[in-house]
Ligand binder design. Structure first.
Ligand code: C2E
Ligand code: CA
Ligand code: CA
Ligand code: CA
Length: 278
């Protein structure tokens, strides 16, 4: 069926990286790609562990390269950041995601839409103004928009990004701390920035049920999020054993290949139907 076909086509990012020599893309390639509309958003479901409800999707960008095929973001996001193209990239991804959210909303599909935001986007008020305008124009409530910021970059920068995050939160956007456990954000930062959601990095989720060290990281992250009143997402849920650990430990949301790989938006309604029947 459609789901099986989708799963068959999907190669997990690491497998992809191991198998092929990586081509290096330069700023000019990427600038042209943005202009020609070659960036495409995929969406990966986030589901509630106890009820199975699909509560939202995370936007994951791919570059549909006319010659090289599908390029994964690990190969071009850092290029965009280094070349000063990340504001343009984020605006393209966000606009497409909000437009898609509007289409789902009109089709009675209530979903939160998450977008990955680079710390470089938070250097000025541009991003805040852009996301506020885009959501207001399309009639998407800010509390249905989740902005995911990677933990590893949180410490590096100075005050400006933290202030902009706080302002976004005051406008009721949902803030998510991504790849939790891989950075070293201080407890003070977690206290000062009102994150709504904490995503436990996939490296501490898959196989945590059988590895004591992973399990300790997973448990500590879950407990911290609980203490701070954040919703917890476990990433990289790859099999039934991973899923069962989330159930046993009361994790809120799950994301990963066991639920669904990222997919094109037109496949989402059909996928939700088959997920409900499962
Ligand atoms: P991330 O935000 O941590 O996203 C999760 C990554 O794990 C995605 O890789 C996803 O496809 C992959 N994944 C999903 N399920 C599983 C699973 O069960 N097991 C494993 N091992 N992996 C799984 P992807 O799409 O290649 O994205 C890589 C990273 O690129 C993302 O990590 C995010 O940091 C960044 N990224 C993606 N889209 C954007 C974007 O639009 N803007 C920015 N600034 N960064 C982006
Ligand atoms: Ca993310
Ligand atoms: Ca992550
Ligand atoms: Ca990651």
């Amino acid at each position: 069926d459609a789901l099986a076909a989708l799963l068959e086509k999907w190669t997990p990012p690491q497998a992809e990286a191991k198998g092929s020599t990586k081509k290096v893309y330069v700023a000019d390639d990427l600038r042209a790609a943005i202009e020609k509309g070659e960036l495409v958003n995929y969406y990966q479901p986030k589901v509630a562990v106890t009820t199975g409800d699909v509560v939202g999707v995370e936007t994951l960008v791919r570059w549909r390269h006319p010659v090289d095929g599908i390029i994964f973001p690990d190969q071009f996001i850092s290029v965009a950041e280094a070349a000063g193209l990340i504001d343009a990239l984020t605006q393209v991804v966000l606009t497409a995601a909000i437009t898609q959210a509007k289409a789902w909303q009109d089709a009675q599909l209530a979903l939160r839409v998450a977008v990955n935001v680079s710390m470089d986007n938070l250097a000025s008020l541009n991003f805040l103004n852009f996301v506020a305008d885009a959501t207001a124009t399309l009639g998407i409530a800010p509390h249905n928009v989740v902005l995911e910021v990677t933990e590893s970059r949180l410490m590096q920068d100075t005050r400006a990004p933290l202030e902009i995050l706080t302002r976004l939160r005051l406008k009721r956007f949902r803030l998510s701390i991504d790849d939790f456990g891989t950075g070293h954000s201080s407890l003070a930062q977690l206290r000062d920035i009102p994150f709504d959601e904490l995503k436990i990095d996939q490296g501490f989720v898959h196989r945590a049920w059988k590895d004591e060290t992973l399990r300790a990281m997973y448990d500590a992250s879950l407990a911290l999020a609980r203490q701070l009143g954040m919703e917890v997402v476990a990433e990289g849920v790859e099999d039934r054993d991973d899923w069962d650990l989330l159930r046993r430990t009361g994790c809120d949301l799950a994301q990963g290949a066991f639920v669904s790989p990222p997919m094109l938006p037109e496949h989402l309604p059909g996928w939700i139907e088959s997920w409900r029947e499962r």
